[in-house]
Design a protein around this ligand. Structure first.
Ligand code: GLC
Length: 821
C-alpha cells in the first residue's frame, strides 16, 4: 500500500533541470550513393532522411553520428526506399525535396518543417538533447485531437496525457496514472477534421510521449541517443491507418472459431472441471467455441506439459471437447523452469537458446515455475526452436496458443522485468534488453505463430498475447491484461480498443466480466452485452475472484448472457467480413466514430460508444442501476435496433435500455448479413443467411431515396485455401425510392468448391417507406412460417413493418428483387 509519505517533499526527486541543446549548427551533409537517403550532420548529432513510400518519410536522428546506419526494428515489414533527393541551399535553410515531401531544415538548430504535396502540413520537429535524453518536440495544432498509442488508459483523444512506452505487467488497477501497460505502440495520429497526420516512432526501448497541455507542443523522449520517426502523410484517418499498417503489417484472416465466445478462468483446475464446464455450455445451449487452460494445466508450471495428476488423459479430454465442437487454447509463458531432466530446459541450455548477461552467464528470473530462464526470441534460430516445440500441443489437436507474461514479467527483479543489461543476440547485431524490451513479447508471438503455421499444415492458427509492440497484429490478437470487475474498467476498454484499432490492432478485447475483484450479475450482463460487439470476446477471471461463467448469477443473468452470446453468433457473417477487411486494408473492426465521420468534432473524444464496422453503433450502459444514457448519433438516419424507432443524426439522444438490451443503432441504408442457430462455429459459408436491409422509413419524403451496398466475404473459415483463391464475395445492393425497392444480389467472385455458392437467401427488409403489394416473379406466402418451408416467396408483417423475401441464388447467376408498393 502506498501512503501520503510518498509525496512528502523530502522524498521527491529533484527535477532534471539540465538544459537541452539543439543538434546544430549544421557541419555538413551527404547523399547516399544509391540516392535513397540524405544525411545532415550537426555538431550535436545527425539526421537522415528516406522516403519509404509516396506517403511516408523516415527521419532518423542519432547523437552517435550514425543516423544513416540506423536499422528499422522488427516492427516494420522490409522496406525499399524510393530514390531521388533534390537539395537547395538557402542561406539559413536547407530545402530538401523528395517526391511530394518538402523539408525545410534550419541550419542553426537542425529543426525541420515538413510538408507533403501542395498543402498538407506534416508538422515541425526540433531535436535537442542532454547528457541522458534525446527529445523531439513537435507541434500540436490547436484544433487537433491525437489518437493511437495502442493500449493505454484514458480517453480516445490522448491530448493532455503522458505515456511511457515500456511493456509492464501491471496488476494494480489500471487507472490514468498508469503510464505504461503491457503493449507499446508508439503511433500518434494528429487529426484536425481537415487533415490527418501519423507519426510512428520506431523505438523498442524506453520512451516517453508527453502531450500534457503545456502549450501547443508535445515531446517524445528516448534515453539512448536515437530516435527513428516515420511521418505518415494521410489525406484522412483511414489513409493514415492504411499507410501505417502497410509499414507494420496487417493481420491474417483469423480462424472463424476465434471470433466465437470463449470461456476462461484462472484456472479450470483439472480435466473433469473442464469437461463439466463444456457439458454445461451445451446443456444450457449457450454458444461457445473455446475453453482456455490457464497455468494449472501444466506439470509444475512447465510449459509444453500436462499435469499428469490433474490432466491424466489430455487425449480423451480433447476428443470429448472436439465432439462437442469446442477447442482448447492453453497458456504458454516465456519462463522455462530450471529443472534438471526437463527436456525444454535442458535443450535450451545445451543449444544456447536462453538470454544471457553480457559476461555470458545465463539470465535467471522467477515467474510461476520459480527460477526460470527465458528464450532469446530476438534470435531466429531460437524462434524456430520454440515454434517447433509446439508440436506437443498440435499433437493434442490444439491450434491456438495464449502467450502471457511476455513483457517479460519477472517477479523477483526490482524492475519486475528482465535485467536491462541482458545482451540479446538479435541475429548477429547484439543489443541490450533495455534497447529491445518492447519487442520481446512480439517476437515470442512471432515464434509461436510461425511455429504453429508450419506445424498445422494448412489449418489457420490463433495466438493471443498480453505484450506487444507495433506490428503485433501480424502475429496475435491482443487482450488487455489484468483489468478488474469495475464498471470503470468496462467503460475504459472502449477507448483502449478503439485506439488499439487505430494503431493497427484490429483483433482486441478485454476480459469480459473483469479479471481481478468480484463481478456482480448486473456487471456481467452489461459487460457481456459490450463484449458481444468487441473483436475478441472472452470471459476470464482470476483465482479467488467470484466465479463468472454466464450461469453464475442465477437464471435472469444466464438468460440475458445467452441472448447476447447468440446475437454475437448471429452477427458472425458481418464480423467475419470485417476481419477480412482488416486483413486487406488494416482498418479496425471496432471503430471510433471519428473514423467514419472525420469532420464531426463531436466524435473527436467520443470514448463511450463505437461502431462495429460502418453500420452498427454500439453504446453500452456502463453504470450500475442505469437504464438510460446519452448516445451521439452522427449525421444520417438511425434506427433503434430493438424498437425500430427512427432518429435523425447530428444530435445527442437519450437511449433507454432495460437490463436485457444494449443501446444499439443501425443506419438507414445498412445491409447486415446475419445467421442463426449456431452453438459453435463451423465454416464461414453460411447455411442460414439472412440479409437485413434498412430502408428509409414510413412517413418519409417520397422524393428522397436511400441506397445501400455491401459485400459479404465467405470462405471455409479454417484453412489457408482462401490464399489460393478459395473464397467468394456476394455483393448486395439496394435502392429505395418512390414506392419501389430494388435489391440485387450476386457473386462478383465465387470460387468455393462444393455447393457453397448455391443457396437460399432470406432478405429481411426493415423500415420500408411503403406497403409492399407485389414482388415480380414471387408469390406472397400466407405467413412467415409458410415462407420458412418454401424455397421462394415473400411475406409482409404489417405490424412490425418487416418484409421477408426469400430467393434462390444459383452459382454464376445474380438475383433481382423489385418490391412494388
Ligand atoms: C496473468 C494473466 C492472467 C492469467 C494469470 C495466470 O495475470 O494476465 O490472465 O490468468 O497470469 O496465468
Amino acid at each position: 500500500m502506498h501512503t501520503s509519505e510518498e509525496i512528502h517533499p523530502d522524498q521527491i526527486g529533484i527535477e532534471d533541470t539540465q538544459a537541452y541543446r539543439s543538434l546544430g549548427p549544421m557541419t555538413g551533409s551527404s547523399s547516399h550513393e544509391s540516392g535513397a537517403s540524405f544525411t545532415v550532420c550537426g555538431k550535436g548529432g545527425n539526421l537522415s532522411f528516406w522516403r519509404v513510400s509516396p506517403q511516408v518519410l523516415r527521419v532518423a536522428c542519432s547523437l552517435h553520428g550514425d543516423s544513416a546506419q540506423m536499422v528499422p526494428s522488427q516492427a516494420l515489414l522490409p522496406q525499399r526506399s524510393l530514390e531521388g533527393f533534390d537539395i537547395k541551399d538557402h542561406q539559413r535553410e536547407l530545402i530538401i525535396r523528395t517526391g511530394e515531401f518538402h523539408v525545410v531544415l534550419d541550419k542553426e538548430t537542425l529543426s525541420i518543417q515538413i510538408r507533403h504535396g501542395s498543402d498538407l502540413d506534416c508538422g515541425n520537429y526540433s531535436f535537442s538533447y542532454t547528457e541522458s535524453r534525446l527529445r523531439c518536440r513537435g507541434g500540436m495544432k490547436e484544433e487537433a485531437a491525437i489518437f493511437g498509442l495502442g493500449e493505454t488508459t484514458g480517453y480516445l483523444n490522448k491530448r493532455g496525457d503522458r505515456y511511457t512506452m515500456w511493456n509492464s505487467d501491471i496488476l494494480d488497477p489500471h487507472v490514468p496514472d498508469m503510464e505504461s501497460l503491457y503493449q507499446s505502440i508508439p503511433l500518434l495520429i494528429h487529426h484536425t477534421g481537415q487533415s490527418s497526420l501519423g507519426l510512428f516512432i520506431d523505438h523498442p526501448g524506453r520512451m516517453t510521449v508527453d502531450m500534457r497541455e503545456s502549450g501547443d507542443n508535445y515531446d517524445v523522449e528516448t534515453i539512448d541517443g536515437e530516435m527513428d520517426l516515420y511521418i505518415i502523410a494521410g489525406e484522412g484517418l483511414r489513409e493514415v491507418v492504411s499507410s501505417y499498417t502497410a509499414l507494420t503489417g496487417r493481420m491474417q484472416i483469423p480462424p472463424l472459431w476465434s471470433l466465437g465466445y470463449q470461456q476462461s478462468r484462472f484456472s479450470y483446475m483439472n480435466q473433469d472441471e473442464v469437461l463439466e464446464l463444456a457439458r454445461t455450455f451445451r446443456a444450457k445451449e449457450i454458444p461457445c467455441d473455446v475453453i482456455y487452460l490457464d497455468i494449472h494445466y501444466m506439470d509444475n508450471y512447465k510449459v509444453f506439459s500436462f499435469d499428469p495428476e490433474q490432466f491424466p488423459d489430455p487425449e480423451g479430454m480433447m476428443n470429448e471437447l472436439a465432439q462437442m465442437g469446442l477447442r482448447v487454447v492453453p497458456v504458454v509463458n516465456p519462463g522455462v523452469k530450471i529443472d534438471e531432466g526437463y527436456k525444454v530446459y535442458e535443450e535450451g541450455v545445451a543449444e544456447r537458446h536462453f538470454c544471457q548477461l553480457p559476461d555470458g552467464e545465463l539470465y535467471r528470473g522467477h515467474v510461476w515455475p520459480g527460477p526460470s530462464m527465458f528464450p532469446d526470441f530476438t534470435e531466429e534460430r531460437t524462434r524456430e526452436w520454440w515454434g517447433a516445440l509446439h508440436q506437443f500441443y498440435v499433437d493434442h489437436g490444439i491450434s491456438g496458443i495464449w502467450n502471457d507474461m511476455n513483457e517479460p514479467s519477472v517477479f523477483n527483479s526490482p524492475t519486475k522485468t528482465m535485467d536491462e543489461e541482458v545482451l540479446h543476440g538479435n541475429n548477429g547485431q547484439p543489443r541490450t534488453h533495455g534497447e529491445l524490451h518492447n519487442l520481446y513479447g512480439m517476437l515470442m508471438c512471432k515464434a509461436t505463430k510461425e511455429g504453429l503455421d508450419t506445424l498445422l499444415q494448412g489449418e489457420r492458427s490463433f495466438v493471443l498475447t498480453r505484450a506487444g509492440y507495433a506490428g503485433i497484429q501480424r502475429y496475435a490478437a491482443v487482450w488487455t491484461g489484468d483489468n478488474r470487475s469495475y464498471w470503470q474498467h468496462m467503460e475504459m476498454f472502449m477507448a483502449m480498443g478503439m485506439n488499439l484499432g487505430l494503431s493497427g490492432v484490429a483483433f482486441c478485447g478485454a476480459d469480459v466480466g473483469g479479471f481481478m475483484h468480484h463481478a456482480s450479475g448486473e456487471l456481467l450482463v452489461r459487460w457481456t452485452q459490450l463484449g458481444a460487439f468487441t473483436p475478441f470476446f472472452r470471459n476470464h477471471s482470476a483465482i479467488e475472484s467470484r466465479k463468472q461463467e454466464p450461469w453464475s448469477f442465477g437464471e435472469q443473468v444466464e438468460e440475458i448472457c445467452r441472448k447476447f452470446i447468440e446475437l454475437r453468433y448471429s452477427l458472425l457473417p458481418y464480423m467475419y467480413t470485417l476481419f477480412h477487411e482488416a486483413a486487406e486494408t488494416g482498418l479496425p473492426v471496432m471503430r471510433p466514430l471519428v473514423l467514419e465521420y472525420p469532420q464531426d468534432r463531436q466524435t473527436f473524444n467520443l470514448s463511450d460508444q463505437f461502431l462495429l464496422g460502418g453500420q452498427l453503433l454500439v453504446a453500452p450502459i456502463c453504470r450500475p442501476g442505469a437504464e438510460h444514457r446519452s448516445v451521439y448519433l452522427p449525421e444520417g438516419v438511425w434506427y433503434d435496433y430493438w424498437t425500430g424507432s427512427r432518429h435523425e443524426g447530428g444530435y445527442h439522444h437519450l437511449a433507454h435500455a432495460a437490463i436485457d438490451r444494449i443501446p444499439l443503432f443501425v443506419k438507414s441504408g445498412a445491409v447486415i448479413p446475419m445467421t442463426s442457430g449456431l452453438q459453435h462455429t463451423e465454416g464461414a459459408v453460411w447455411t442460414n443467411l439472412n440479409v437485413h436491409i434498412y430502408g428509409k422509413g414510413i412517413g418519409t419524403d417520397p422524393g428522397q431515396s436511400v441506397t445501400g451496398e455491401y459485400t459479404l466475404y465467405e470462405d471455409d473459415g479454417i484453412t489457408h485455401a482462401y490464399e489460393a483463391g478459395e473464397f467468394s464475395r456476394l455483393k448486395v445492393d439496394f435502392l429505395e425510392s418512390n414506392g419501389v425497392m430494388e435489391i440485387s444480389a450476386g457473386y462478383d467472385y465465387a470460387a468455393i468448391s462444393g455447393s457453397g455458392n448455391e443457396r437460399e437467401i432470406l432478405f429481411t427488409i426493415h423500415q420500408l417507406s411503403f406497403i409492399p403489394e407485389k414482388i415480380e416473379g414471387l408469390n406472397e406466402a400466407r405467413s412467415l412460417s409458410h415462407l420458412e418451408v418454401q424455397t421462394a416467396g415473400w411475406y409482409y408483417d404489417r405490424q412490425g413493418n418487416h418484409l421477408f423475401v426469400k430467393v434462390p441464388l444459383m452459382a454464376g447467376h445474380g438475383v433481382k428483387v423489385s418490391v412494388l408498393g
